[in-house]
Design a binder for this molecule. Structure first.
Ligand code: DOR
Length: 430
């Protein structure tokens, strides 16, 4: 099968390309990039006025299978990913059973192969059962396909265990993805600690709960020469800690979610449980610091922390509701609307943070349109307008605070290994 993408504007930060070019795809790979390529392909798609990018990667996704299939399955999660313009997703190990052994990692990979329509890369747990007291068999996780290690959703409290984790992971060149939360400080908290939590009478989570662990893990990464990636960074001081560490040459990277960038704690006023996320939505000063961190490359990636929950997890009292917001089907349009069109970051910077940077952090052979690589491609229409409606989501999770938002700029085509899996919002399933 061959496919020719004609007349699009190709932006590929990995090759410093921003030009009107055609792309020829043959046998699932990028065969040629050039001007006015001859039509040797079986199928031609005219992408005039569209942006052609390397396939977007969401490096922080919860797929919920095995164990919580009522929230999401590998199938529905990959459909949602394709719908949202992602060709690769990286899934967290807080399933049931936990992805802390080769059997679960292999199960996820085989389900993804059978039922998935985008690439799925599992992350293995750092500690057995995410309990924070015994390390997993990291080499075994790696040789069975795990791309990094994380206890995301929980934070390892024992600094000595974290030190050992960095030391072992380093032997395998694996990145440790840290969910930074001191549980003594965040205990029973639901939202950011401050004026809003006091006004609403909800227990607050101080920013320090994140910051002390960001500082600890930077220190441990520096000391062990390990690779650290900070998940869903949310506070201004955390950004500063990463900035300073990068200046010292520490091997640290960071990601931010669209909800921490765009939304703030004042939204919680209506007790809408969709606003309940961990780390919590912060205030305006933190949001601005996150923008600055993205701009000056302190923050390397934008990742959704797609956390689907069912109605029974969310349509309850605020203090009992689950933490999390879905993001696979909103991230790209929200970032285009609120960051790129409002000139907070450039289009090329945005593409970099969804492609090359996550690929490098996770050692994935992705994030580029180089000749010979797998043809994973995301196509954007910057002018297309829409309104976010949860009824159109393919994810089982409808839990988002972006519902009703008017957006400008949408993913309009997702190509995985040379196959069009989404075209103008419609899934083309195998
Ligand atoms: O809001 C969140 N939800 N944050 C996390 O770290 C975990 C996630 C989940 O698994 O639902």
């Amino acid at each position: 099968m061959s496919l020719l993408l004609k007349n699009g504007r190709v932006i590929d930060p990995s090759q410093k390309i921003d030009a009107k070019l055609d792309i020829l795809i043959e046998k699932g790979k990028i065969a040629e990039l050039g001007n006015n390529l001859d039509n040797k392909a079986k199928k031609t798609v005219n992408l005039n006025n569209k942006i052609i990018c390397p396939g977007f990667i969401d490096m922080h996704v919860h797929l919920r299978e095995p164990g919580y299939e009522y929230k999401e399955t590998i199938k529905t999660g990959t459909f949602a990913a394709a719908h949202g313009g992602f060709t690769s997703i990286v899934c967290m190990p807080n399933t049931n059973p936990v992805a802390d052994n080769q059997a679960v990692v292999r199960f996820i990979k085989s389900r993804a192969k059978e039922e998935g329509i985008v690439n799925v890369f599992p992350i293995g747990a750092i500690s057995k059962g995410l309990k924070g007291d015994e390390l997993t068999e990291m080499g075994e996780l790696l040789s069975n396909g795990a791309k990094a290690l994380s206890d995301d959703g929980r934070c390892i409290q024992n600094a000595d265990l974290m030190r050992r984790a960095f030391e072992y992971a380093r032997l395998f060149n694996l990145t440790i993805i840290s969910h930074c939360e001191d549980l003594n400080l965040s205990k029973n908290g639901m939202i950011n600690e401050g004026f809003v939590s006091t006004k609403l009478g909800l227990i607050g989570i101080p920013k320090a709960a994140e910051e002390v662990i960001v500082a600890r893990d930077i220190q441990l990464a520096e000391f062990t020469k390990g690779r650290l990636h900070i998940a869903h960074i949310s506070s201004s001081y955390s950004v500063e800690l990463v900035r300073q560490a990068k200046k010292r040459g520490v091997n640290v990277t960071a990601e931010v979610t669209p909800h921490h960038l765009i939304l703030d704690e004042t939204l919680i006023d209506g007790f809408d449980t969709n606003t309940k996320v961990n780390p919590p939505l912060r205030g305006e000063k933190d949001r601005i610091a996150l923008f600055e961190g993205l701009k000056d490359r302190t923050i390397d990636c934008i990742a959704s922390d797609h956390a689907p929950h069912s109605r029974i997890d969310k349509e309850i009292e605020y203090d009992r509701a689950a933490f999390g917001m879905v993001g696979l089907e909103t991230s790209v349009s929200v970032i285009l609307t609120k960051l790129v069109h409002l000139k907070k970051i450039t289009l090329s910077e945005m593409i970099n943070k969804f492609t090359l940077n996550p690929a490098e952090i996770l050692n994935l052979d992705k994030g580029t349109l180089q000749k010979g690589k797998n043809a994973d491609i995301t196509v954007l229409d910057l002018e297309k307008e829409s309104v976010i409606e949860t009824s159109s989501f393919l994810s089982k999770g409808k839990n988002t605070s972006f519902s009703g938002l008017k957006v400008k700029g949408l993913p309009v085509m997702t190509i995985v290994g040379g196959e069009i899996v989404m075209d103008e919002g419609k899934i083309k399933s195998r």
